[in-house]
Design a protein around this ligand. Sequence first.
Ligand SMILES: NC(=O)c1ccc[n+]([C@@H]2O[C@H](COP(=O)([O-])OP(=O)(O)OC[C@H]3O[C@@H](n4cnc5c(N)ncnc54)[C@H](O)[C@@H]3O)[C@@H](O)[C@H]2O)c1
Ligand SMILES: [Zn+2]
Length: 358
Amino acid sequence: MAEIKSKNYSIFISNDITKEINRFFKLSKTKYSKLFILVDENSLKHCYPQLVEKIEPFESAEIIEIDSGEESKTIEVCTQIWTALSEYGADRKSLFVNIGGGVIGDMGGFIASTFKRGIDFINIPTTLLSQVDASVGGKVGIDLNHLKNEIGVFNNPKAVFINSQFLNTLDKRQLLSGFAEIIKHGLIAEKSYWNTIKNADFSNLNTFDNLIETSVQIKNNIVSIDPTEQGMRKTLNFGHTIGHALETFSLEHSNKKHLLHGEAIAIGMICEAYLSHKICKLKKNELEEITSFIIANYKTVKIEEMDKHRLIELMKHDKKNDKGDINFSLLSEIGKCEINKTATADMIIDSLKYYSEQ
Ligand SMILES: NC(=O)c1ccc[n+]([C@@H]2O[C@H](COP(=O)([O-])OP(=O)(O)OC[C@H]3O[C@@H](n4cnc5c(N)ncnc54)[C@H](O)[C@@H]3O)[C@@H](O)[C@H]2O)c1
Ligand SMILES: [Zn+2]
């Protein structure tokens, strides 16, 4: 068991999180009046049963189930859940429990943060992405039309409980999507971690225990220093300027089979490693090392010539920009990341070309 302490709460990583959750209830100063558990159909089927058997307060909790997927992360679904809470007589001593991936964590955290001006919540993330990324940093929120995470607040849960065994039922694409954030953590913060990642054996789920712990530690260190993204937290955006544009573009242009977040970020990291080489002196051999590792693990995607201008448009509209420049966090070497770098549209197009030539 590992306990990673953040400012006001702890993140517990264990193969027996029920023990930690029971301890949380035992030690909690607040005696919770009612519990509400938010799930989607997948976390209800695969994760909730393993917990309810061993956690007494969960037995009498109200279950609120939503449809899985990003499409649910809307104000309309929030309204339905706030209404349900109100009808069930939830009060300020109620506890909201999020069991699921990043959609459940982000939206459930937002609902809890705003219901009656805020009630306590805990997170039990069940996808690799939500365990290594969404579980830390206090960003909660929902989408507005197609704009991702446009509405939200910073607010931390009372505790986070992570069990890598939940990943057993997760499909390979989702696993790789979360793995992209792990790769990012190595690249921006710790060369030795990058070397561990390169040699990791994914066929063995236990491998993920160590990766999750190190990744959570890295993200937690960064967000503890800079919780509201004024400086250092921006390093976590490596791969995300181009990655987000690709993700939004694929959502705009496909009905169902769009790129997953981490799949888009993996491509974004190759392009931004190229920009790092051009702008931040990342050495050529390190650029090649990053490129070949990502290409070996992720399916390549064709980016059409005519789509590149729309991608630039999307990057210009990214909420992380200021003064109209397109902002990047780039590597000066593996393990070191610099923030507030800008690149011209031509350079960005070159980086997309570099990716397409692989
Ligand atoms: N708050 C943050 O800092 C932060 C960081 C990164 C991502 N996010 C958000 O997280 C979301 C993406 O997270 P995600 O990738 O976890 O998506 P998700 O919540 O949609 O989960 C992906 C899929 O896996 C299913 N699932 C969940 N747990 C499972 C399990 N154990 N076994 C089988 N299936 C399971 C879900 O039902 C869903 O179909 C996005 O909305 C993104 O904006 C937030
Ligand atoms: Zn991300």
